[in-house]
Structures are given as structure tokens and as C-alpha cells.
Ligand binder design. Structure first.
Ligand code: SF4
Length: 246
């Protein structure tokens, strides 16, 4: 199923005041089994996994194991598998690409330049994601508008031009941090314990740190870089997307 821009606008209009569960129901009704949640096991994904499991326990969930994740992230993956009995589809990077990269640039290349960091994110995240998305008609993400300037322009439903024009559903795009935690506590949702020690955003272990009070929610990601709108390449620049659509 592919939507044109007019259909997408109508859908966003219709769902502008609807709940994340309604967005998920529409997405599953129209695209399952050719749609999956991309989970990095942060608080946003914990909420969406719980909602999906309640709507349809067969809903598909995949994750990218970059090979550089925190133990806490692997712990919550197993907790989720056990609690919801989901078939977690774990995607790994191409072994030869990783091998060539570390032989040429070293294990911790990302600290030396942004070019190296993007190379590593490309090989460990973007390539496996692209491979998974090439098999789907849509994907579900946990992005929220207050995470970055780029994400503040996103809608509940989008056409993902970065990944072949498939549908991208962002059910909690308008949720704030406190709503996530109300849901997690009320529904006893398993969550990544890094959140208890100051990590609002979960990424790879060497590239993510806890933030200090008052810091931006994504300040702990690639903290040695100065840019404010830091992304790993999984979520395209929406200003660029708008420009492309004009
Ligand atoms: S976040 Fe860091 S370790 Fe993970 S893929 Fe990107 S550069 Fe590599």
C-alpha cells in the first residue's frame, strides 16, 4: 500500500487528535505483516512495544544490534522477549563491512572525525536498517517532536523518501517525556535501566553518556560533536523532505 501526498495529508488531518494506539491500529490494519516497529529500546520504544503487544501480539518488532550496545540494552531486549513473547527480529551489520572498517580506521574511529562517525553509523545502523526496510511497506518509530529540531517538523504519518517511499508512522510524535514515564509506570512496562542513571536517549555504549540537569535531551549522543541536531542517518532531515516535496 502506497499513499500519495494528498492521501497522507488527509490521514494526518483525521488522526491529528487521535491516540498513539489509534495510529498503531490504522498502521497494522493496513500494512501488517509488511510493517514493523524499529526499536532501540529507549523509553519511547518500550511504550510502543507494550501498546503493540496489546493490539496485536503478532506485530513485528526489529532492532539493530550494532555490536556496540550497552549491557542494559541487551538486558531489556531479553526482558521484553520474555514478557511479551515477541519474536524480536535482530538485525546485524555486514561482517565484512565492519571488518574492513575497523582494520582500516581502528575500533574507536568515531571519536576522531565526524566523517568516521558517520561511516560507523552507516555500516552498523543505516545499512542493516535499509536492508530491513527494503522488505517492508512501512515502519513505526518512537521519534518525538521535542527530541531535535529536525524531529519537531515530523507528522504522525509520513512518506519516507529516504527509504523508497514507504510509510513511516510516528505514533508518539506529540508526546512529552513525562507522558512516556506515566505510561511506563502505570502499565509496568520493562524499560532500559540506563534511564535511571541519567540517559534520556539510548544509543551505542561508546557514543552515549548521561546528561546533566538542564542539558538538551540528546546532548549525551556523540557528545564530543558540536552540532545541535545530531542524527545517525536513520531519520531524514524533514526540512530537506519538505524541500523535496515542493
Ligand atoms: S553510535 Fe557510535 S558505535 Fe554506534 S554505530 Fe554510530 S558511531 Fe558506531
Amino acid at each position: 500500500m502506497r499513499l500519495d501526498q494528498n492521501q497522507l495529508n488527509e490521514l494526518n488531518e483525521e488522526y491529528s487528535n487521535k491516540s498513539p494506539e489509534d495510529v498503531l491500529k490504522w498502521t497494522l490494519d493496513n500494512l501488517h505483516p509488511n510493517v514493523a516497529l524499529a526499536s532501540s529500546f529507549g523509553a519511547e520504544d518500550a511504550v510502543l512495544i507494550d501498546m503493540l503487544a496489546k493490539i496485536n501480539p503478532e506485530a513485528r518488532i526489529f532492532t539493530l544490534d550494532t555490536g556496540r550496545l550497552n549491557q542494559e540494552t541487551y538486558d531489556v531486549m531479553d526482558e521484553v522477549k520474555l514478557k511479551y513473547k515477541v519474536n524480536l527480529e535482530v538485525m546485524f551489520p555486514n561482517q565484512v563491512e565492519v571488518q574492513d572498517m575497523v582494520r582500516k580506521h581502528g575500533m574507536n574511529l568515531f571519536y576522531r572525525s565526524q566523517e568516521n562517525r558517520k561511516l560507523c553509523c552507516g555500516i552498523r545502523k543505516v545499512h542493516p536498517l535499509t536492508s530491513m526496510l527494503s522488505t517492508l511497506d512501512g515502519w513505526i518509530t518512537g521519534i518525538r517532536g521535542d527530541q531535535t529540531q529536525n524531529r519537531s517538523d515530523a507528522n504522525k504519518f509520513e512518506i519516507d523518501h529516504q527509504f523508497g517511499g514507504i510509510l513511516k508512522a510516528n505514533p508518539i510524535i506529540d508526546w512529552i517525556w513525562d507522558q512516556l514515564w506515566d505510561y511506563i509506570k502505570t502499565n509496568n512496562v520493562p524499560y532500559n535501566k540506563l534511564h535511571d542513571v541519567g540517559y534520556p536517549s539510548i544509543g551505542c555504549e561508546p557514543c552515549t553518556r548521561a546528561i546533566k540537569p538542564g542539558e538538551d535531551l540528546r546532548a549525551g549522543r556523540w557528545w564530543w560533536e558540536n552540532e545541535s541536531d545530531k542524527e545517525c542517518g536513520l531519520h531524514m532531515d524533514h526540512s530537506q523532505e519538505s524541500a523535496n516535496l515542493k
